[in-house]
Design a protein around this ligand. Sequence first.
Ligand code: SF4
Length: 245
Amino acid sequence: MTDLRVSNIERFAIKDGPGIRTVVFLQGCPLHCPWCANPETRFMSHEKVKVIPVDELLSLIMRDADYYRNSGGGLTVSGGEPLLQYEALAELLRRAKECGLHTAVETSGQATKTAFKACLPYVDLWLFDVKSTDPERLSTFTGADHHAVFGNLRLIAGEDPSKVVFRMPCIPGFNLCDEHFDSVFALAESLGIRRLDVLPYHTLGVAKYARLGIEYKYDGYSSLEPDVLYPYVRKGHDRGLDINL
Ligand code: SF4
């Protein structure tokens, strides 16, 4: 299969890996995080989904080749959960590497080992979501399987921990506490992962729910001001971790 179901393409992104990048958002996600800012990406079928052959997608991405070259940037694939379409994704990543691009994949970790193994040789950087280390909490809130997610994390970190960055969505009422940060810092240290991105909860995606006719169930919380997170970030720095907010 060489087509990808794409929900959006963002050019000139600077926060999803090094340098200037194109971020391709793939359609479909097996999870149902109630705070999700991109609910339109969850469903495999959606009126705005574009089905794009890998060849064509690569041509679109390569429009900005000079910017990637000059900035050390490249391609980031996000979602949804991009590994749901792992066969075509692996092909896209392989072709992007052939073109000399730096490649990054953002994942929830909820995919098969086969999917991770197929993409592993062509990924320079994994942006790996760590929402909770508590199996019950993770499953109840998001539908994720702790065993699968953290098994996949061990697989990719076991290959090369310097290619893994933790992405920590910080969600009030879910994981905004010392216990969570301490356990994620300990997990990073145990796997040799040094870099973590702290992502404050925001409500920018709420209007999309009404447009999609879905109820936004995570009502009642305001967007987090970054200074709320400074004490946690400081704790991570004190442990020698490289944390970006
Ligand atoms: S894993 Fe990401 S895309 Fe999927 S539901 Fe959760 S926040 Fe949304």
